[in-house]
Design a protein around this ligand. Structure first.
Ligand code: TYM
Length: 418
């Protein structure tokens, strides 16, 4: 691979400043980067445009068919419904699986709040399905260092939130025999090989490139500029010698929402120069804010979010009070003209969490025709969320300090590949 970056290749001819602009927003006003997601449109981000802008590939029917063929299982409804809509190199991962060659999964969380919200669950639910389906090792990075650098948090508080969030993540049902969860602040000092890879990445990316990819400015502190190498390092198997026995050629697949893609465009750019495989990616769209799809659900604004710790009453109040409606102004008008599922947040949330395809289709048809009112959709959503979060909270209760310690101890993992 030449020194030309993958980012430069995809944006041929653009200056660094133009790249920065085009990565951060487009002519329709869609902004997608690790710190900000917003759209001018009530239906949210135009994901087809985003695929073109980021240079990733659409997940099409052919790829879905191939996943089913290779795994012998129906695809998860997140894939079937286009919630995971974009990828990089997923075909290569499927080929590795067919050839019984090893790969691993890598995902993460930046612990900025006491609990995860529903949007954060999306990549973790997908990751669990991938772990169950492919039986491969999984590493989960908790970037407490990132949150110290970006938010008004002490190191101690960011580290405490990492441990709290790890319990929510474990409660998604990950298998301890196959999963290693680590806090950057705890782990990096214990693992020289991880730090070696960080240094290798840092020497391979210039300040100009990092400014072009992430939009950092001259007054940003150097902690921010150095951080992307920390999120890149877990993509390389040699960062985890206790799992991969020093092998540097095991590729990874990273499920995440598409806001994290800039980190991995940078990682894919440097990987071949370091003699490592490029990470493959599986991108999801954003779980929208209660107020509408123009912004994503975000932990920094509690009114936009339903947290995994919310009580049944809080869920009900938040949905009834804040969930944006696609209904008409009066019942008569609604019956005559019908509701709009494309902007109705209760319907949008049901597409993520109501697994029954036939029921979802019926709800869509009846809301669109005007037969169902918004109140019905809200009630349906409240029932689905109350049940789902009650189960999540039961599993969370069973996560003890010993369970946490087990997941967070560097150790060999047991899967079909190692
Ligand atoms: P963080 O904590 O912002 O988000 C954690 C994961 O959740 C995804 N996500 C969402 N997905 C759908 N809808 C939403 N509204 C929504 N909000 C967040 C994020 O894309 C992410 O997958 N820097 C990262 C932590 C990290 C990481 C990684 C994430 C470190 N290594 C590898 C993914 C993959 C962060 O702050 O994520």
């Amino acid at each position: 691979m030449s020194a030309t970056s993958e980012v430069n290749e995809k944006m041929s001819g653009a200056s660094l400043e133009e790249q920065k602009m085009s990565l951060n927003d487009d002519d329709a006003g869609d902004v997608v980067n690790p710190w900000n997601v917003s759209s001018q449109s009530q239906t949210g981000i135009d994901y087809n445009k985003l695929i073109k802008r980021f240079g990733s590939s659409k997940i099409d029917t052919e790829l879905l068919d191939r996943i089913e063929k290779v795994t012998g299982r129906p695809v998860h409804h997140f894939l079937r419904r286009g919630i995971f809509f974009s990828h990089r190199d997923l075909h290569s991962i499927l080929t590795m699986y067919e050839e019984k060659k090893p790969f691993f999964l890598y995902t993460g969380r930046g612990p900025s709040s006491e609990a995860l919200h529903l949007g954060h669950l999306v990549p973790f639910i997908m990751t669990k399905w991938l772990q169950d389906t492919f039986d491969v090792p999984l590493v989960i990075q908790l970037t407490d260092d990132e949150k110290f650098l970006w938010k008004d948090l002490t190191l101690e508080e960011a580290n405490r939130l990492a441990h709290e969030n790890a319990k929510d993540i474990i409660a998604c049902g990950f298998d301890p025999a196959k999963t290693f969860i680590f806090s950057d602040l705890d782990f990096i000092g214990q693992c020289p090989q991880f730090y070696h890879n960080m240094c290798r990445v840092q020497r391979s990316v210039t300040y100009n490139q990092i400014k072009g990819i992430f939009g950092f400015g001259d007054s940003d502190h150097i902690g921010k500029i150095a951080f992307p190498a920390v999120q890149a390092a877990p993509s390389f198997s040699s960062s985890f010698p206790f799992i991969f026995g020093g092998r540097k050629d095991v590729p990874c697949l990273i499920p995440c929402a598409i806001d994290q893609d800039p980190y991995f465009r940078m990682t894919r750019d440097v990987a071949p120069r370091l003699g490592f495989p490029k990470p493959a990616l599986l991108h999801s769209c954003f779980f929208p804010a209660l107020q509408g799809a123009a912004t994503k659900m975000s932990a920094s604004d509690p009114n936009t979010s339903i947290f995994v710790t919310d009580t049944p009453k809080q869920i009900k109040t938040k949905v009834n009070r804040h969930a944006f409606s696609g209904g008409r102004d009066t019942v008569e008008e609604h019956r005559r003209l019908g509701g709009d599922c494309a902007v109705d947040i209760s319907y949008q949330y049901l597409t993520f969490f109501l697994e029954d395809d036939a029921r979802l289709e019926q709800i869509c048809a009846d809301y669109t025709s005007g037969e169902l009112l918004t109140g019905f959709l809200k009630k349906e959503l409240i029932d689905v969320l109350q049940k789902m979060l009650a189960e999540q909270q039961e599993r969370r209760k069973a996560v003890t300090d010993d369970t946490l310690k087990l997941f967070m101890t560097p150790r060999p993992l047991t899967t079909r590949f190692c």
